[in-house]
Structure formats: C-alpha cells, structure tokens
Design a protein. Structure first.
Length: 326
C-alpha cells in the first residue's frame, strides 16, 4: 500500500552576529543578570544590526537548510515564512525570500501565529503537500523581534531575541512511519489581551510594542502545552516514552522544565537554547532543532516532539520522525 508522508529532511539556522548579554542589557535597562537568569534561564540574546532585516535572517537560514538537503531554490514548490516581524506590511517576506533564493516556480506567503508560527506553518505545509500542491516545501521561522520591544519596559524587553531557522519538507511515497506523524493546533481569541502588540495598520497605523501579563501567559503556557502534547501523542498512537527529543518553543526555561516533568522525560532528552537565544518567537523551534542536529544530538530517525504557544492565544504540537529512511 502506498503510504505518502511528509518528511523533514534538513534544517538550517542563522543568528545575527550582535550578542547582547544580560550584563550589557543591564547598562541601559533597569534589570540585572541574576533576576533574568533566575526567572527565565536567559543569559544572552542575538539582535539584528542596523539595516539587517527578517528576510536577510530567513535567507541565511534557508540557504543552509537547502545546502543540507542537497537542493537549490529551483527544487522548492512552496515557501512559508512564519513571522510577526515582516520586512514590510506587504509584500510578504516569503516572496522576498523566494526572489533571494531563486525559487522561481514556488508559491510563497507569510503566516502570523507569533510564537506558535512554526508549528502552524508546519501543519499548513504538511496539508498542502499531502493534497498534491507540490513535492517540496521550505518552512521558515524568522524574526527581528527586537523591533517590537519597548526598551523602557523591563518586564518584556529582557525576554526576546532575533534569529531564523528553516526546514525542508519533502513528500515521500512508501515512507513507513517516517516524517510528520501528527500535528494539532488550537486558538482562543478570548485571551488576546494577555499578550499582544499595541499597534497595527488598521488600529493606529503604527508598528507598536509587545505588551504582556507574564504570570497569566505562564499559567496558560504550562497547562495548554501539556494538553496539546497529549493530543498529538494520542493522534500518533504514541506515548511520551516513544519520544527521543522534546524540541520546545524557547520562551522560559521554567516552562520547558515543567513540560519535561509532565512528559516524564530525562533532562538530557530536552533541547534547551533559551539561555543563548532568548525567545525568538517563530524562529525558536527550528533554531533549537538546528543546534541539536549540528552538534550531533539529534540523528536521522529520531522522533521529535515540538510544541509552542503564543499571543492570540494560539498553540500547537507536532510529532516528527526526523530525516529520511536510509
Ligand atoms: N528585572 C528585574 N526585575 C524585574 C524585571 C526585570 N527584567 N521584570 C520584572 N521585575 C520585577 C517586577 O517589577 C516585580 O517586582 P515587585 O515584586 O517589586 O513588583 C518582580 O520582578 C516580579 O515580577 P513578576 O512579573 O511577578 O515576575 P514573574 O515571576 O511572573 O516572572 C516572567 C516574569 C519571567 C515574564 C514570567 O511571568 C514569564 O516567563 N511568563 C511567561 C511569559 C513568556 O514567556 N512570554 C513570552 C511570549 S509568550 C511565549 O512565548 C510563551
């Protein structure tokens, strides 16, 4: 029986060169290294340079993912960028990326689900490939999140960073149990006021700044991520013990630790990059995945559990058997 599945065959990532440690941040924000580390696990973040844009970050990450897959832009049918910080209100950053990587025959568009953007984009690409819209997709999470920060608000500005990560997805016949095993998404606009940006084209014609009720977001994150992970496991007929790696959204090490506990996973089976990257929103999962593939922890055939929650609220989880059958 033909078993068509969508494989995740390669990953690539890019972080801007400019590193800002907690100590440096403390020189212009009323905060300190000990508070940030204790409450969030963050030690530093990468920030875009003057003139460096989300499309530049996305292009660097996409070029690495394509090289790792042995492909070029010509091979790509669908490009989706998950971003909350596009270069322009329109056209999409994805069409800019399409031109940069010369993916002439691809369709390209952005999606906006803030920190859950990567799991949303993965689900959309999976569905499009399964329905015959192409054979290969590039899914990118890319953010210049620092552009949305109010540097006078210490309760938010210490939490975020910039970066990009990209994965190559390929439709495969007779793929057995490889590739995307399950994907579950949720939204609940009743909570839109606990995490939002106070600007936008149709409200006040401004870009705006991030506003957040941190404690409320924290509470929803732990509860909703645990529940959506249970749904994803059940949809794939799996148990938490079948997971080789938890590759979570990197918002706060305490949220990640809570998920590790709820799933009863050993600590060394959880990828943590929040200390070095901070919260890079839609880029955080592919950045973490890329780090663990590059250093040899994640190998071909490992089963990955990914989860994320963001403003909306929007949240989701996906299970993937990484790589391709050898
Ligand atoms: N430096 C020093 N002190 C600070 C800072 C700071 N950067 N920020 C807040 N404080 C102070 C507060 O003013 C407060 O002081 P007070 O007690 O004198 O009033 C004290 O620290 C405690 O503040 P709380 O807001 O109660 O701190 P909390 O323990 O809730 O931690 C945090 C705040 C880290 C934001 C936490 O609530 C959190 O991580 N929430 C999740 C939010 C998140 O991750 N959002 C990212 C986007 S959504 C996502 O990706 C999941």
């Amino acid at each position: 029986m033909n078993n068509q599945r969508v494989l995740m065959t390669a990953v690539g990532s890019y972080l801007p060169a400019n590193v800002v440690t907690n100590e440096v941040l403390s020189s212009f924000v009323d905060t300190d290294d000990a508070w940030i580390r204790r409450r969030t696990g963050i030690a530093q973040r990468h920030l875009v340079a003057e003139g460096e844009t989300t499309a530049d970050l996305a292009c660097n990450a996409a070029a690495k993912a394509l090289a790792n897959a042995g492909l070029t832009g010509d091979d790509i049918d669908i490009i989706i960028i998950a971003t909350t910080t596009p270069d322009n209100t329109f056209p999409s950053t994805a069409t800019k990326l399409q031109h940069m990587i010369e993916a002439k025959d691809a369709i390209a568009f952005d999606i906006q689900a803030v920190c859950a953007g990567f799991v949303y984009a993965l689900d959309i690409a999976d569905a499009m490939l399964q329905s015959g819209r192409g054979r290969r997709a590039l899914v990118v999470g890319a953010e210049s999140f620092s552009k949305l920060l109010d540097w006078e608000d210490r309760t938010t500005c210490v939490l975020f960073g910039d970066g990009a990560g990209a994965v190559v997805l390929e439709l495969a016949d007779d793929a057995g149990d490889w590739g995307i095993c399950s994907s579950v998404l949720h939204s609940d606009g009743a909570y839109r006021d606990i995490l939002y940006v106070d600007g936008g084209p149709s409200s006040n014609v401004s870009v705006g700044h991030v506003r957040m009720e941190g404690k409320e977001v924290f509470r929803h994150a732990v509860e909703k991520l645990a529940s959506v992970m249970d749904e994803a496991l059940s949809a794939a007929n799996m148990q938490a013990r079948d997971i080789d790696w938890l590759v979570p959204h990197q918002a706060n090490v305490r949220i990640i630790d809570a998920m590790q506990k709820k799933m009863d996973l050993p600590s060394d089976r959880v990828v943590r990059t929040v200390e070095q990257h901070a919260n890079t929103s839609a880029a955080s999962i592919p950045l973490a995945l890329s780090a663990a593939v590059d250093d040899g922890r994640i190998k071909n055939g490992d089963v990955l559990a990914m989860e994320a929650i963001g403003g909306g609220l929007v949240w989701g989880a996906a299970l993937v058997k990484f790589g391709r059958p050898s």
